[in-house]
Design a protein around this ligand. Structure first.
Ligand code: NI
Length: 137
């Protein structure tokens, strides 16, 4: 069993808020990320897959194909977009890094399987110091 990781980057806008809270309550709970006029992050996404090395190629997975999968299913839908409003796989979901990592997992899992590996971890950095890791459960 071996793990391999592909990094991709995107930037996107969001706002963390509950519509049933006042702006003041939202600011108290969600801090600066609840700014009513939106703000953005430069996200860094690390997709780790696992499996056995193919003895013929010496590879676990074709990284070009993995990159293409991530770009088609995730990056093209979210890069330079507003996560709360216009990202199809985040519709009706809270725009937190946690929810985003879980949604990205759901976007990628079957595609990774079709490439002959298993999705192991979606790690998503919202900033240099804050990141989440989701292992599928
Ligand atoms: Ni934020």
């Amino acid at each position: 069993m071996i793990h391999i990781t592909r990094r991709e980057r995107f930037n996107a806008a969001h706002r963390l808020f509950r519509s049933d809270f006042s702006d003041e309550q939202n600011m108290q709970i969600f801090g600066k990320c609840s700014n009513p006029n939106w703000h953005g992050h430069n996200y860094e996404l690390f997709v780790t897959v696992k499996g056995e090395v193919n003895p013929e190629t010496g590879f676990l997975i074709n990284l070009k194909a993995l990159s293409k999968l991530i770009r088609e299913r995730v990056i093209e839908k979210i890069d330079h977009k507003n996560i709360n409003i216009e990202v199809p796989f985040m519709q009706a979901k809270f725009a937190s890094t946690e929810m985003l990592a879980m949604a990205i997992w759901d976007e990628l899992a079957d595609g990774v399987l079709a490439l002959g590996a298993n999705l192991h971890c979606v790690k998503l950095y919202e900033s240099e110091n804050n990141f989440v890791a989701y292992f599928g459960n």
